[in-house]
Write a protein that binds this ligand. Sequence first.
Ligand SMILES: [Ca+2]
Ligand SMILES: [Ca+2]
Ligand SMILES: [Ca+2]
Length: 519
Amino acid sequence: MVMHVIKITLRVLILLLVCKVSFAQNEGVLAVPENTFLGDVVLSTGEGCPNGTEVAESSNVSFERQIVIMLNNLRTSNGLPPVKYSEELTAAARYHAKDMCEKNYFAHQSQDGAGNVTCQTFDRVGSFYTWTAAAENISAGFFDVQSAFNGWVNSTSHYNNMMSPLIYEVGIGYYYDASAAYVTRWVMDLGRRSNVYPVIINLEELDATTSTVQLYKYGYSGYNEMRLKNGNGNWGAWQPIANNLTWQLSGATNGVCMVYAEMRNSAGNILSSNDEINYSGGGTGGGGSTTTTQVTVKVKVFLQGCYNATTGSMNTNLRNSNLLPLTQPFNRPPWNYTGTESVATASAIPTNAVDWVLLEARNASDNYVVAETKACFLLSNGELADVSGTPSNGVNFNTLTTNGSYFLSVKTRNHLAVMSANTVSVPNSTILNLTQTANVMGGAPQLANMGGGIYAMLAGDMDGNGTVTVTDFNFFQQEMSIINNYVDSDCNMDKNVTVADFNLYSPNMSKIGVAQVRY
Ligand SMILES: [Ca+2]
Ligand SMILES: [Ca+2]
Ligand SMILES: [Ca+2]
């Protein structure tokens, strides 16, 4: 479908008029909001624009998700459709929130720290998200979610951005920097893309405690039929488009549930969409108990890029330089893990931490289905440690069945994911040792031989998708020469992206993870 391009960008006057608003507890500031509801994507080649692969961390993932839910409650209570949480808009919003803090400014347009504009608002957003409509609200100086949201609600122009029927998706960025004026930055990026008609479960709530959920499905003129399915189920029958409907998540097990939707027109063209929600109402079966007890899972694994065969341990360069983010870094493609694991301060990260990793518990009956995922710290001795600090060896899961059996898989930012060869009864007193080929599904070909009978996860899957291909090299090329940073392509975790990382990747090219862990 050709979107007729009207190259008019309605940029609301941005004279950096800063409207001061006051609150009893919390004094924040707003900038005049921007929007561009008519126009095409103007991708800038300006030096100051991001290229869209930047990953800025959030200072509080939970804050961001709460705003999305507040927005959807506001919209639906006023008869408008909810909006879909977008990873791309989240990346755009986080990038800007952090950029404003680091360069100490408060404006929609990117600046260089000396007051010079380096990238236009919607060129920046367009680097991350191919919009056909976009709007942005920002604020600074708010310290809690409700105050930040109220600041926008109580300003007519910001409210109008949030209530626009022309936007279908949203991302929030929150950044805290004690050294920046106003300390906090909040960014709400709203948008719509060509041919994207989302389905949304329970207004983007993160958890469903009952298996009956409410769906909102965006329609599109000419597409008169739709069908739905659960992630592990079969398609339902084609039916007339219904925007609001009640849906039954399948299965009684806890974990992430996906719902897929398709719409078709009379020519047979199909538009697809999906959403996920974490189902936590499954209980422990049998007696119907819904109480959950923590189950601690112990796993040991080494990363090829960080392992030193002489010391038998991995380097902690990122921790030593305080480069590890305070919030788990997997809330983005391909992982899209929305867990809220975080620590309050850098000193709360174990001093022997190598990096954040993901530990997945998978169903014994179908190991393609993840029962529960936790982000945790990988320690220099290969053990995984809970983000809470207790225990120091082991990761606490909340929804696994005590004495239940699960496959376990480990995912990282830049090493090929591995999965256990067999199920493990949890909690496990004997650590699952994934440095041994017999314990890893697929055996030796899935691992790097480090000598001395020790095997490690293969370096070089820099986009984390479960295969080592030229795509990873392209990723590496984009990040090449970044120094002193937390960068995915830094396979040996020496803080720098250099030829040393390429040399780790190169011999592993064409390695493929087992199907269960691939994206
Ligand atoms: Ca969702
Ligand atoms: Ca890859
Ligand atoms: Ca490196």
